[in-house]
Design a protein around this ligand. Structure first.
Ligand SMILES: CC(C)(COP(=O)(O)OP(=O)(O)OC[C@H]1O[C@@H](n2cnc3c(N)ncnc32)[C@H](O)[C@@H]1OP(=O)(O)O)[C@@H](O)C(=O)NCCC(=O)NCCS
Length: 400
């Protein structure tokens, strides 16, 4: 970072992610309660933090209405039991909401205005369907600013297939199946569970407890994927199997100045090196992480080859492949989403940025041979976000 003050990712947790819709485990759970649970889980895990020292709480959501509206950072802070002196705000950058709260609050810490903050996001896509009640300005279409279907994310993904015909449906399906398998392997090793905060849920059979991500499909086969419908275009290539499913969930991270973390005896899971957001043509919004990552690398004084781990949000398999292809990285490169991603875990829009960070932070712990990692994601209407992190556990010996 340009500033002399180092910002650290102290910790992050999330709720288990649920399938959106009436059959999903959170159908009867409020969106704000998911964010409250994530906040409380994070604070319980970091009891050294004096709550009155929290400078701000930023919580993102894409559809800010009803139980997902009303300035979430403030309402969730009060509901989670933070002192009333701690302020909070809500923010929207669609899929990169939590990434943006993290970046902007980190900037506030780097500048010395803040010392410690909570940053996260929530999206209950069951109770708040994507684009619900949106009223795009007619000028977008009348003045041909963007194609009429540029707000349909699935169609933007189909366009990536059009633009890069060598990134075939078969490659997308293979990537999607691997994501399912890698997530299951990570679950089997017990790598995912430690950062999940259990959530009490109401079900048809009474009260229950959500402890695991609900949408996983470890039994996925290439044959099964090949037979799925293409909902966004007749004879298209994007299917329910190689797209992230509609999902409910919340994430929350604790970030601080490295001096503040030391002062309060808080841990350091990652050190922030840089971040960047960038815009691209809305019609191919999935390309956004490419210029965002190039910008972030430049700011950090790094090259793509310096990155030992990539946590890329799998909005669509083709969207990740367009990123890896651009940088000359193989589809099955072990540095990319080693524990799987959103195709299997789900993508509760505004919350996902911090999910990527949680997963990268855990991997850093296990990988002292890796010095730098990236979390990157695409954003609706043609944007991308990317954050570059340094591993505090790096032992100085890079290994292949
Ligand atoms: C693609 C999408 C439209 C599918 O929605 P859906 O039809 O409700 O999805 P479902 O989970 O019901 O899956 C549809 C079918 O595919 C099957 N399926 C899904 N994943 C599968 C897998 N991995 N293997 C085999 N079958 C699978 C389901 O079993 C279901 O079969 P059925 O119709 O026989 O019941 C939806 O997930 C979507 O819009 N995703 C993208 C979200 C998005 O845009 N996010 C923002 C990104 S920028």
């Amino acid at each position: 970072m340009a500033s002399s003050r180092k910002v650290v990712f102290v910790d992050g947790v999330r709720t288990p992610f649920g399938r959106a819709g009436e059959k999903g485990m959170y159908w009867q759970t409020r969106a704000d309660d998911l964010a409250v649970k994530a906040t409380q889980g994070l604070l319980q895990r970091n009891p050294e933090l004096p709550l009155e020292e929290i400078d701000d709480v930023g919580i993102a959501a894409t559809t800010q209405q009803g139980d997902q509206g009303l300035t979430l950072g403030r309402t969730v802070g009060v509901l989670a039991g933070l002192p009333l002196s701690v302020p909070g705000f809500a923010l929207d950058r669609m899929c990169a909401g939590a990434m943006t709260t993290t970046a902007l609050l980190s900037g506030s810490i780097a500048s010395g205005m803040y010392n410690v903050a909570l940053a996260g996001g929530v999206e209950h896509m069951g109770r708040h369907p994507m684009g619900f009640d949106a009223d795009p300005n007619p000028r977008f279409v009348a003045e041909k600013l963007v194609a009429p279907d540029a707000l349909n994310m699935g169609i933007t993904a189909e366009r990536l297939h059009d633009r890069f015909p060598h990134l075939t449906k078969q490659r997308a399906d293979q990537f999607a199946m691997a994501s399912q398998q890698k997530v299951q392997a990570a679950y089997d090793r017990g790598d995912i569970q430690p950062d999940l905060v259990p959530v009490a849920i109401r079900t048809a059979n009474g009260w229950g407890l959500a402890t695991e991500d609900e949408g996983r499909r470890p039994e996925t086969t290439l044959e099964g994927l090949a037979g799925l419908k293409t909902p966004f275009r007749p004879h298209g290539r994007v299917t329910a199997g190689n797209a992230s499913p509609l999902t409910d969930g919340a994430t929350m991270a604790l970030i601080a100045g490295s001096d503040t973390a030391k002062q309060f005896g808080l841990g350091t899971k990652m050190i922030l090196r840089s971040w960047a957001f960038a815009g691209v043509q809305p019609e191919v919004m999935g390309l956004g992480p490419v210029p965002a990552t190039e910008k972030a690398l430049k700011l950090a004084g790094l090259d793509i080859t310096d990155i030992g781990l990539f946590e890329l949000n799998e909005a669509f398999a083709i969207q990740v492949l367009s990123f890896t292809d651009h940088f000359g990285i193989d589809d099955d490169d072990p540095r990319v989403n080693p524990w799987g991603g959103a195709i299997a875990l789900g993508h509760p829009l505004a919350s996902s940025g911090v999910r990527l960070m949680i997963q990268l932070a855990r991997q850093f712990e296990q990988r002292p041979d890796v010095q730098f990692g990236v979390t990157a994601m695409c954003v609706g209407l043609g944007q991308g976000g990317s954050m570059i992190w340094e591993n505090p556990h790096f032992d100085g010996k890079k290994r292949k």
